[in-house]
Ligand binder design. Structure first.
Ligand code: AHG
Ligand code: MN
Ligand code: MN
Ligand code: MN
Length: 336
């Protein structure tokens, strides 16, 4: 059986489609190598001394888990010296990380959520890494990149993807020419293309939302979930199933695999007005993947990929997945 590896796939994308530059190819290879290292640390668990929390808090006001910090370090170290980046930004770092002067600088910006699903680490449930790649604006050449250079809408992403550390370790990637899923072959150490051209079924009967926040939701979200819960005799005419892993990576991976809708909507709490998930390294890369797979993603008002960011760590409401369902929730927002 002929096996296509990530390396081969990227070379072909460069050669045939001109979808990636040599620098982006190196960048993705480097990120995927870092994800292998993170996955290895994750799988060691207590044996590797990687479980549990640290004393520190990140800029989000969250207590950092050991693996949040370790994964962040692995990604920084892997990507610093290759010459493909101008700077990086991460959930776990307050400000951007410029490439140190001892290394050559490249044209790209890398953003990541080094460890997604932190609350699931110590309970041995799937977690992941999310990343997004932007081009550094032209005027940035010759001077130091600053935070403003990162504030580009998601439509400008050059590549995006995630690794999921679950029963299998997988890398799901888009360079703007569809969504490809690779499974880590641990013996060979290579990512093998197992899920080419992933597409999301347009219709679905499965929703994902943290129901404990129901009392805080805005009316259109409440209306949609009420409709789902009404089942076959309700306005949607079918019985819905519910799933909530609480790792965005795992929930999105399920949706890319068998369809569904994922919502972490903004809500009426003072802390929820802008949503929980972060635009630049959670919502944007996932929305790029979802759209590339034929799905849709919006925040209640607009397409997530069109949102002009104003700050690096800004949050946003997220509604994404199978097209028909997402369009319906959008309609409920318009009607409200
Ligand atoms: P992170 O672990 O990177 O901070 O992200 C956690 C996010 C996301 O993965 C998930 O969808 C959501 O938080 C879960 O939130 P709840 O615990 O409120 O359900
Ligand atoms: Mn976090
Ligand atoms: Mn996350
Ligand atoms: Mn995280």
């Amino acid at each position: 059986m002929k096996r296509t590896t990530l390396t081969q796939y990227l070379v072909e994308q460069q050669r045939k489609e001109q979808a990636v530059s040599a620098e982006v190819r190196l960048l993705i290879e480097t990120v995927s190598r870092a994800c292998k290292a993170i996955g290895h640390a994750v799988s060691k668990g207590a044996l590797g001394g990687v479980l549990g929390s640290l004393e520190s808090e990140n800029v989000q006001g969250e207590v950092q888990k050991k693996l949040d910090v370790l994964s962040n370090e692995i990604l920084l170290e892997a990507n610093e010296w290759g010459g493909h980046l101008a700077a990086m930004a991460s959930e776990e770092m307050e400000t951007i990380h410029r490439i140190p002067n001892r290394y050559p600088k490249g044209e790209y910006l890398l953003l990541f959520d080094p460890l997604d699903g932190s609350s699931n680490i110590d309970v041995n449930v799937s977690i992941g890494t999310i990343f997004s790649v932007l081009h550094a604006p032209h005027h940035a050449s010759g001077r130091d990149v600053d935070e403003d250079d990162f504030l580009q809408p998601g439509v400008r992403q050059v590549a995006a993807g995630y690794a999921v550390y679950g029963p299998q370790t997988m890398l799901v990637l888009t360079v703007g020419t569809g969504v490809m899923g690779f499974t880590l072959d641990r013996e060979m150490g290579s990512w093998v293309l197992t899920d080419p051209n992933i597409t999301i079924p347009e219709q679905t009967a499965e929703f994902a939302i943290n129901m404990s926040n129901m009392r805080h939701w805005e009316a259109p979200v409440k209306r949609y979930i009420d409709d789902c819960l009404a089942g076959a005799s309700g306005p949607l005419g079918k019985d819905y199933n519910m799933r909530w892993v609480a790792s965005m990576v795992a929930d999105v991976h399920r949706i890319l695999t068998r369809g569904g809708i994922f919502m972490y909507p903004r809500d009426q709490r003072p802390s929820g007005k802008k949503g929980k998930l972060r635009l630049m390294y959670e919502a944007n890369p996932m929305s790029f993947l979802i759209e590339q797979a034929g799905g849709a993603a919006h925040d209640g008002n607009q397409r997530i990929l069109d949102v002009q960011p104003t700050t690096l760590h800004q949050r946003i409401g997220v509604i994404l997945g199978s097209k028909e369902e997402v369009e319906r929730v959008k309609r409920y927002h318009n009607e409200a």
